[in-house]
Design a binder for this molecule. Sequence first.
Ligand SMILES: NC(=O)c1ccc[n+]([C@@H]2O[C@H](COP(=O)([O-])OP(=O)(O)OC[C@H]3O[C@@H](n4cnc5c(N)ncnc54)[C@H](O)[C@@H]3O)[C@@H](O)[C@H]2O)c1
Ligand SMILES: O=C(O)[C@H](O)COP(=O)(O)O
Length: 616
Amino acid sequence: MALLPPPTHSLPPLTLTSLNPTTSLPSLSFLPPFASISLPSVRLPSHHHLSNRSLRFLPSASSSFAAVAAGAKPTVIVAEKLGEAGLALLREFANVDCAYDLSPEELCAKISLCDALIVRSGTKVTRDVFEASKGRLKVVGRAGVGIDNVDLLAATESGCLVVNAPTANTIAAAEHAIALLTAMSRNVAAADASLKAGKWQRNKYIGVSLVGKTLAVMGFGKVGSEVARRAKGLGLHVVAHDPYAPVDRARAVGVELLPFDDAISTADFISLHMPLTPTTNKLFNEETFAKVKKGVRIVNVARGGVIDEEALVRALDDGTVAQAALDVFTEEPPPRDSRLVQHENVTVTPHLGASTMEAQEGVAIEIAQAVIGALKGELAATAVNAPMVPSEVLSELSPYVTLAEKLGRLAVQLVSGGSGIKGVVKVVYTSSRDPDDLDTRLLRAMVIKGIVEPISSVFVNIVNADYVSKQRGLRLSEERIFLDGSPEIPLHSIQIHLANVEARFASALSDAGDIRVEGRVKDGIPRLTMVGSLSVDVSLEGNVILCRQVDQPGMIGRVGSILGGKNVNVSFMSVARNAPRKQAIMAIGVDEEPEKETLQMIGEIPAIEEFVFLKL
Ligand SMILES: NC(=O)c1ccc[n+]([C@@H]2O[C@H](COP(=O)([O-])OP(=O)(O)OC[C@H]3O[C@@H](n4cnc5c(N)ncnc54)[C@H](O)[C@@H]3O)[C@@H](O)[C@H]2O)c1
Ligand SMILES: O=C(O)[C@H](O)COP(=O)(O)O
């Protein structure tokens, strides 16, 4: 797939009022086909047609879209230095603009011409950037772990996927923490500077030994656990604090997980390895330093903001903290006159944790693959602001994903013009699976997509679905009904109920007065199986005409010949009735969209009480 540089189409806003039997939805070709998801591990029956529309997850919440044209390449802006191997991968797929050291204003000026942006920790991807992109930016790739420099809320609101490269620099960061730990405890940096200044100060730079001392690893994730492993090799006794770390992982490394206060009060050395979040912001402050063992030594290779730097300076001044070794700072680069950086008991490096040749090549490849995958429409395994759906789950859910969107599209088109969706949208899943084995986030997102897209200019994807539904005041509830049966099949049916709405096809109302549609997947094909309280069996492909009629001979022939006469190909017909010669619902699948007068001719058949044309 490829993207044309400038946005070309604006989807005309469509209100519910325009949804009447003679006004069709805007042509789907108006919507950018971005990319169809590529499902390497998905095996579907050969007759199953994956709908491009259903599987497009790529973001753009704007009404203007960059259209995709065969042959054109997407544009990726790389705002910070990235390893060559990653750049080479990107260049095979996209136009790559390496624009380092841009000011915030310059970045905002360029961003509306880019489909993806790749940054490291030095670029702030703010709300202004997303707003300036005007919906064109679909992916932000963070070539590293920490995403505290990306405004995730703004990204999500604009339907922009954020991916990171969480694994390739783990070892580099852990090695740097160990380097700082040992360099600090033996005064390597200060002694080096002193000798280069012509001094020979052997007594001044007497260090402390590590062996037998206690190290508290704060944050026992990827980097923290690698630091722990290495520190044990140096003869340190290692404890850790991490409210979310699995006990098994700590046990496997031979580390005891302790409550926060216990960890910091028993440690001779503290090494920080947690992310910067609202909870960890200035976690190490005046109050915390009051609880540490006097003369503790602190290493920070995580994020500067985790420490209240002014409180640390005071703790260093009064000897509460004997030494600190810091790779990261609240403000980067820190001010030249920073008391912390200049403190004689502080060893500093300019955010070098991830800066090894090996890590940078690895990170560049990891992020290039993630960004390319995301631009192709794949659900990224390292998505930060979208649910990560494992490929095996995606594989088995893909026909249900199509079903969920089509049911949503169908349900909203059954709402009478102008009344809108005021009440709750209830999605009912019938399944024989344990709820823990059925991840419905993707299905919910597709129901929202189906409900919102036909009546708005918003492009919905898995990133922004929940946000969009909240914005539009949709109250979506999910219910699961357990059905005795084989858990091999993930779902038996999906029902959508729209409450407090008027129907433009009265037969779509259930006994409870909700618009109700139900669908199932049969042989890999999504089918409509219930409208209101009447069973039907209609393949959810192409377009559908639903008619309520008095059951009598010849109806199928009459409708069929009207359509045939107008060269509209009928793909199927299904009739459901509650009793012979009473009321029946006829569902007719048509490949083409019938003209207004063709639909009128059907509506004028005397036995037809009501009918509706639905575009799927
Ligand atoms: N200096 C560098 O160049 C460099 C390089 C890589 C990573 N980092 C930083 O190191 C940190 C860790 O990276 P990682 O890859 O190990 O991430 P990770 O997600 O694997 O691990 C972070 C751990 O912190 C834990 N955590 C969250 N809140 C916590 C809290 N309040 N108290 C204690 N633990 C908490 C999490 O449960 C998780 O286990 C991040 O801040 C990352 O940005 C810095
Ligand atoms: O979070 C990270 O991955 C590190 O802090 C590395 O940041 P960098 O990519 O700016 O070196």
